[in-house]
Design a protein around this ligand. Structure first.
Ligand SMILES: [Zn+2]
Ligand SMILES: [Zn+2]
Length: 334
């Protein structure tokens, strides 16, 4: 089968992924073999390719894979060949630690991640642990479903952790794949959304999707915000965004890696403002978000590329050029 393989990390300005013919994986007990139809490209993939997030090598990246079950492995009853399924970042957890036992499997120290510790979806076929495979809402085509599987689910978790309440004023900082889905959830909750982002085309998309206001990170939105989520991996956004928050507000940081946070005056944090990071997601987050995405229904803005285009997409992502979510369309092979 064809797959994009990472052998050595480094600046994405040089193509790092090699399109190769590799053996098709076989599903072990409890696993499923999936024909990948579409795989979303996430900023985390860029961090892995550039070595800021460490993964196994060689590695097939990709953790937003939508496709069809080809073959369930031994002991798997939940899925049958042809089922439309998705695989996300969480490949597996230990199920026994203090985090797993308390509904926080996203923090499991033994967690394994798709496209980091296990081969992912930049390939015609992949295997997944059946317990961490999701049924996709039938209303979404594979290319539209793929970005829901990380951008969507983690954005949803970040919104929840920000403590935003229905009708509240929410800031979204950085307006890529995740924010363009999160805004639709927030508007569904009747929130007023303020988008802070560097690129004019991202501000335009935010307004099109219903943002009340769009500007640069340092621009004054004119009202204090009840909560905010940062989606861009730039540390200076933390003090810049805190300055827009009302007393008691929470700032959730949806980033697996971030540049250093500059020192800032305690005044912008005082009055019980909170800064917290968002790490991974739980299966419950995934199931809740996929149902919500179908019910709203969210509109997924997709840039489509063939598997061969993976290096180019990563570079576009690095340059802030992707409009909405970037997806590799792979499977006619199912
Ligand atoms: Zn655990
Ligand atoms: Zn991701």
């Amino acid at each position: 089968m064809k797959a994009q393989v990472l052998h050595e990390t480094g600046d994405a300005g040089t193509p790092r992924l090699r399109l190769e013919d590799v053996p098709e994986p076989a599903p072990g007990p409890g696993q499923v073999l999936i024909a990948v139809e579409a795989c979303g490209v996430c900023r985390t993939d860029l961090h892995i390719v550039e070595g800021e997030v460490r993964g196994r090598l060689p590695l097939i990246p990709g953790h937003q894979a939508a496709g069809r079950v080809v073959a369930p492995g031994a002991g798997v009853d939940a899925f049958a060949p042809g089922d439309a399924v998705g695989v996300g970042w969480l490949f597996s957890t230990c199920g026994a630690c203090r985090f797993c036992a308390s509904g926080r499997e996203n923090l499991c120290e033994q967690a394994r991640f798709t496209g980091r510790d296990e081969h992912g979806g930049y390939a015609e076929r992949m295997i997944a642990d059946a317990r961490y495979v999701y049924r996709l809402p039938p209303s979404f085509a594979a290319a539209d479903a793929a970005p829901l599987l990380c951008a969507g689910i983690i954005g949803y978790r970040a919104l929840r952790l920000s403590g935003i309440r229905p009708g509240g004023r929410l800031g979204l900082v950085g307006f890529g794949a995740s924010a363009h889905l999160a805004i639709q959830v927030a508007l569904h909750w009747n929130c007023e959304v303020y988008a802070f982002t560097r690129e004019e085309h991202h501000r335009r998309l935010a307004r099109e999707l219903g943002a009340a206001w769009a500007g640069q990170a340092w621009d004054d939105p004119g009202v204090p915000l009840d909560a905010a989520v940062i989606f861009a991996p730039a540390g200076e956004l933390i003090p810049q965004t805190l300055a827009h928050l009302d007393r008691g507000a929470t700032l959730a940081v949806n980033a697996i890696h971030m540049t250093a946070i500059p020192s800032f005056s305690y005044d912008v944090l005082y009055h019980e403002r909170t800064v917290r990071s968002v790490a991974n997601f739980t299966r419950r987050d995934a199931e809740e978000f996929l149902a919500l995405a179908a019910a709203i229904p969210v509109r997924v803005e997709v840039e489509r590329y063939p598997l061969e285009g993976a290096n180019e997409v990563l570079l576009r992502l690095k340059r802030g050029a992707v409009h909405g979510a970037a997806v590799l369309e792979i499977g006619t092979s199912g």
